[in-house]
Design a binder for this molecule. Structure first.
Ligand SMILES: CSC[C@@H](O)[C@@H](O)C(=O)COP(=O)(O)O
Ligand SMILES: [Zn+2]
Length: 215
């Protein structure tokens, strides 16, 4: 393995996280949500480190060797591999919420189209859908669930600042879209992050259908 681990991280712990990321990535790729090497996935390893996908890999074919360690500033640790282009968005989530342990980013067609359609509003207001209850902390379809849509940029500090500004505004955040790009969501474990991703994919598809059928 070209990944050298710090002395305080057991290989079994890193391998468990790497396997969980690779398994989730392959399954999400089967849904068609990770076209053309897009998307990235990570899990917290400890307070100071996360395991994340190596940049540019085919997410439908990931294995343990496609996962690497970074610190919470997004810098590679113990490897010459290059972490995901958007690693800083993952480590931002881990820094902001110590109870979050998994972050998922995908590029489904539904996510991409919805992000373009609602970009001018800056937010998608999900309301009246039973599946909103799949999102942590939401107990009724009557809640309004705000899903922000941030402008895309290749300059990660700008994206990080947009997300920070939303959180600092005191509004809840379990996910966001980036215009013309895709979705980020997360959870306390991989199962919760996957539940959020699947629910939001479904809800966005419903919103797009409604637009099509009522316009
Ligand atoms: C193949 S285009 C998509 C990338 O620019 C990026 O947005 C992405 O999701 C994957 O980047 P990666 O560096 O492989 O993690
Ligand atoms: Zn992306």
């Amino acid at each position: 393995m070209s990944q050298q681990l710090p002395a305080n991280i057991p290989a079994a712990l890193f391998n468990e996280r790497a396997d969980a990321i690779a398994d989730a990535a392959r399954e999400l790729a089967q849904h068609g949500w990770t076209p053309a090497t897009s998307s990235n996935f990570s899990m917290r390893v400890d307070a100071d480190h996360a395991a994340i996908t190596i940049s540019g890999r085919d997410k439908g074919k990931l294995g343990r060797a496609d996962i690497m360690l970074v610190d919470m500033q997004g810098k590679a640790v113990g490897t010459a591999s290059r972490p995901s282009a958007e690693t800083e968005l993952h480590t931002q989530v881990y820094r902001r919420w110590p109870d979050v342990n998994a972050v998922l980013h995908t590029h489904s067609r539904t996510q991409s189209v919805a992000s373009r359609l609602f970009a001018k509003d800056g937010v998608i207001k999900l309301e009246g859908w039973e599946l909103q209850k799949a999102i942590r902390g939401h107990t009724t379809h009557e809640d309004v669930l705000d899903l922000p849509v941030f402008p895309n940029t290749q300059h990660m500090p700008e994206l990080v600042a947009q997300v920070d500004a939303w959180i600092d505004g005191g509004k809840p955040l379990h996910a966001y879209l980036i215009n013309g790009h895709g979705i980020y969501t997360w959870g306390r474990d991989m199962a919760e992050a996957r539940r959020h991703l699947e629910a939001l994919e479904f809800l966005l598809a419903c919103e797009l259908d409604l637009r099509r059928l009522t316009s």
